[in-house]
Design a protein around this ligand. Structure first.
Ligand code: NAD
Ligand code: ZN
Length: 720
């Protein structure tokens, strides 16, 4: 096949994301497809699809992203429905793996694919259809994440893992037993000496993918384009000079020859959920071990709730999911529904929008942040990912660019899910034309042309913060720091250019005349600005500290530091060890903090001279008598949230309606708690307001206590 990347023309009918092929508007449950006009275009499309599928299931290196592939196959299906007499024998429609792969190890029971729906409506239509076929309601549905890896059959004999086989064409797969010791979650020995076939997905977590790419490029190989192809490629490869790690999650089990009759019968009669419990009891990791979990629902409405819940968790998961799988739970229902040649009729994949697309890396910008850090950012040919159009994606640092061997003009895989910042995952190396050029790496600071300090992974301008003073001042006067209104970017620029300020401490020394002298500055606005600056002097230590913009600290870390040390003097005197007493500060961050505070000494001195507050009100100063008892402990005991980790989600109501999220966090900390942004097993309390989504679901699952904003307001009323 010609390298038909989605952003490059490869004939109008086979290249889904460029002009030429008309895209149908997606309706609720019939997503866009590539319109195929004539028989020649149809033949072309079949060839492209079969080659893409062969690459995808083979070494994982398809030229198309999943979205592009799926549109193409839907276009082929559409054409075939209009021209049944044109259907080619190698058409991918209706076949497992598009008919593009073969294997030589037969499966006793076919390993099938799944049919898809794309909306709540599609789900209920499918469920109704299934119930019609059965002639009775489905009593129970199981709901689990659709893991984005590759299907594997793991055969255990007398409790020992003896064979791993890929899905292949569904009837026979490839033996990949050499990969047995690369896969976490698939033990070489079960808890009991049973003979059984376990089926599930092998995938790479984001971390395993990064590690695999480091190992591979380190050994001189080309980077894998994405975690799925990395898993597929690594599992099939033999004799690699490096080791990679993958993860297994089981989603099925069945008897095989030699299975003890009692167990065989149980596996045939148990509901899907019961089979999965049995598999987990044998020591195999199952979908239940993912944060998405598994659920058994009585109604389709309930199923939809879990679908939404899992979809909401997507961005936080450590691995990719491309949908949610819904199955009729009872064995009798599955038996009665039966299978089509491609997929079971008792299960469906509720597909989620693709989180990964292939697009082109057009340029790389190097930006200097407020702390002087110089970071590269990829400029992309615009591409829609998970509901938004992406034009920029993070690239971390220069070492990372070198490690991934990225080049300008490369097709790259871009990942974005939920709120995460889009990132460039890897180049799609086999789509290179030879016209790609190296990414220019700056030798001097792109902002001020000073030297670059490249001693750390994250490069910095040798001038440090001074390089981008405007950005530092802008941050310092922001709402959550000193909250000085009337200082926009232009005004700060003006002040810096006029030589009136070099950092935000200089603001406190501005005279009325100096401000009045500025362009477009009248008496009233001058007085307002001076009043805002004066008010900033009285801000508590946590805000002043936050305003410093110390690397590795934000609003909530600044509050924790201020509460812990109580005075700026104590912060300045602290060594790395004392910093580690602060919740959430590890050895690495502690070292950065000490270095940063030393670097900021002249600025802090200036703030002291300016009369800015250097203590945290409401926290008693440690007296010599309780010097070794930690300062906060004695008070904290009487605080209503002492020792509690609290998460806020949804819209606040009642007495808390007006509070911003940051103000809520401040409130939590005043009341002795610790504000956190994500729910985990360590969360003590979730304040769930209206429209609370995935966090609420996660808290329910983890058994975390949940309150309404009103109940919470009563609990902390003394501090509101
Ligand atoms: N980019 C390309 O060139 C290209 C080529 C071919 C296929 N594809 C992609 O592959 C997909 C179609 O592939 P498919 O037919 O292999 O399978 P599928 O992903 O549509 O669905 C079936 C598979 O889902 C997996 N699965 C995950 N969680 C599961 C669970 N809990 N229960 C049961 N199964 C679970 C299994 O591996 C199973 O084989 C499409 O999304 C398509 O975009 C892409
Ligand atoms: Zn600079």
């Amino acid at each position: 096949m010609g390298p038909a990347g989605p952003s490059r023309r490869a004939g109008p009918s086979t290249c889904p994301s460029v002009g030429g092929a008309r895209q149908n508007e997606p309706m609720t449950d019939s997503p866009a497809f590539t319109e195929i006009g004539d028989q020649a275009a149809y033949a072309d499309a079949v060839t492209t699809a079969v080659q893409a599928a062969a690459a995808y299931y083979g070494d994982g290196d398809s030229a198309l992203d999943d979205d592009a592939f799926d549109r193409l196959v839907r276009g082929i299906a559409d054409y075939e429905s209009r021209h049944p007499d044109h259907v080619l024998p190698d058409s991918p429609t209706g076949k497992v793996a598009g008919g593009a792969v073969v294997g030589d190890v037969p499966h006793t029971v076919p390993m099938l694919s799944l049919d898809n729906v794309f909306s709540a409506e599609g789900l209920s239509t499918w469920a109704a259809g299934l119930e019609r076929r059965l002639g009775r309601p489905v009593e129970a549905w199981s709901v689990e994440p659709k893991l984005d890896g590759l299907a594997i059959s793991a055969r255990y004999r007398d409790g020992r893992l003896v064979r791993l086989v890929t899905r292949g064409d569904g009837t026979a797969g490839e033996d990949v037993s050499h990969g047995i010791d690369m896969i976490l979650g698939l033990p070489e020995r079960l808890a009991e000496p049973v003979t059984v076939e376990v089926r599930g997905e092998v995938l790479m977590t984001h971390a395993q993918f990064e590690a695999a790419n480091t190992a591979r490029t380190g050994a001189g190989g080309a980077a894998f384009a994405n975690p799925r192809s990395a898993a597929a490629g690594s599992l099939r490869a033999k004799d690699r000079p490096y080791r990679v790690e993958m993860t297994f999650f089981g989603y099925g089990a069945l008897p095989m020859d030699g299975t003890e009759p009692g167990l065989a019968q149980r596996l045939r009669e148990l509901p899907h959920s019961g089979v999965m419990e049995a598999v987990a009891a044998l020591g195999v990791q199952t979908s239940a071990a993912t944060p998405a979990g598994t659920a058994v629902c009585a109604t389709v409405v309930e199923v939809q709730e879990h679908v939404d819940r899992i979809a909401g968790l997507r961005g936080e998961l450590e691995f990719g999911i491309d949908g949610i799988v819904v199955k009729a739970d009872l064995a009798a229902d599955q038996e009665a529904a039966g299978l089509s040649s491609r997929a079971p009729r008792w299960a469906i994949a509720y597909k989620l929008p693709a989180t990964e697309k292939i697009t082109r890396l057009v340029a790389v910008e190097w930006n200097v942040g407020r702390t002087g850090v110089i970071a590269p950012r990829g400029v992309l040919e615009p591409v829609e990912v998970d509901g938004s159009v992406i034009t920029y994606a993070t690239l971390h640092n220069a070492a990372d660019i070198a490690r991934r061997d990225l080049r300008i003009g490369d097709h790259v895989t871009v990942y974005k899910a939920g709120d995460v910042i889009p990132r460039v995952e890897a180049p799609v190396v086999h789509l290179r034309t030879g016209d790609e050029t190296p990414i220019p790496i700056p030798e001097r600071c792109p902002r001020c042309d000073d030297e670059i300090d490249a001693s750390q992974q994250r490069w910095r301008c040798a001038k440090g913060r001074a390089c981008h003073a405007v950005a530092s001042v802008r941050y310092a006067v922001g709402r959550d720091q000193l909250d000085i209104e009337g200082l926009g970017e232009n005004r700060i620029d003006q002040l810096v250019e006029a030589g009136l300020i070099a950092d935000f401490a200089d603001l406190f020394f501005l005279t009325r005349e100096q401000i009045l002298d500025l362009d477009r500055m009248g008496e009233v606005s001058t007085d307002n600005l001076l009043a805002a600056i004066a008010a900033a002097r009285a801000k508590p230590l946590n805000k002043v500290f936050c305003a410093l913009g110390v690397r590795g600290t934000g609003r909530s870390m600044s509050r924790r530091i201020a509460r812990h040390f109580v005075t700026m003097d104590a912060i300045r005197a602290a060594d790395a060890e004392s910093f580690q007493e602060v919740d959430g500060v590890g050895p690495e961050r502690a070292t950065v903090l000490v270095g940063e505070i030393a670097e900021l000494a002249p600025l802090i001195d200036k703030l002291v001279t300016a009369g800015v507050t250097m203590t945290e009100p409401g926290v008693p100063l440690p007296t010599p008598a309780d010097a070794d008892a930690s300062a906060g402990t004695t008070v904290a005991v009487e605080l209503p949230l002492a020792g509690m980790s609290v998460v806020v989600t949804g819209a606040m109501t009642g007495p808390l309606a007006e509070l911003s999220r940051n103000e809520m966090n401040e409130l939590i900390e005043r009341a002795g708690g610790r504000a956190s942004s994500s729910v985990s097993a360590r969360t003590s309390l979730l304040v769930a307001g209206e429209k609370a989504g995935s966090k609420r679901a996660k808290a329910e699952k983890a058994g975390v206590r949940i309150t309404t904003p009103e109940e919470f307001a009563t609990l902390v009323s003394a501090f509101v």
